[in-house]
Design a protein around this ligand. Structure first.
Ligand SMILES: [Zn+2]
Length: 151
């Protein structure tokens, strides 16, 4: 079963999310050159790309993929995994999962897709900022309580 990757440098995340060309299924498919699952299984490149993923391996993890829309990253793929189902399971609100198939996409659908994608990017960036703020607030609170306790 694929697992979620929680921690990624926000700057890297931003860069990848801005990777506009990944809106295209063909471009996503082209990223799966060194994908470990080549044939006769649930997560072959064609199915991965169709489910919105592109391949972005790291030094330590060869099977990291990312959704071009919601930015969700998954690794730990197994041959029987269904990319579409894994996507739904880990990122059920992803707009891509609720959109039409790319083949019948019109220009206005495309623009809507791009709008949704940018919206996801902004939501993610804001989430990162909120988390940073809360961490900073907690650290400050800790310092203040140490100070008032005379430490
Ligand atoms: Zn997604």
């Amino acid at each position: 079963m694929a697992t979620e990757i929680e921690s990624i440098d926000p700057i890297e995340r931003g860069k990848l999310l801005q990777n506009f060309v990944m809106n295209s299924e063909a471009e996503r498919l082209a990223t799966f050159k060194d994908w470990p699952f080549a044939e006769d299984c649930g997560c072959i490149p064609a199915k991965m790309a169709a489910a919105g993923f592109y391949h972005c391996p790291t030094e330590n993890e060869a099977d990291v993929v990312k959704c071009f829309m919601c930015g969700k990253e998954l690794d730990g793929w197994e041959p029987n995994d269904d990319p579409w189902k894994e996507h739904k399971k880990h990122s059920s609100k992803c707009p891509f999962l609720h959109s039409k198939s790319e083949r019948e996409e019109t220009v206005s659908d495309f623009l809507k897709t791009e709008r949704d994608r940018q919206e996801q990017r902004i939501v993610k960036a804001v989430e990162v900022k909120i988390k940073e703020f809360l961490e900073q607030a907690a650290a400050t609170r800790e310092q203040m309580s140490n100070f008032s306790a005379g430490k």
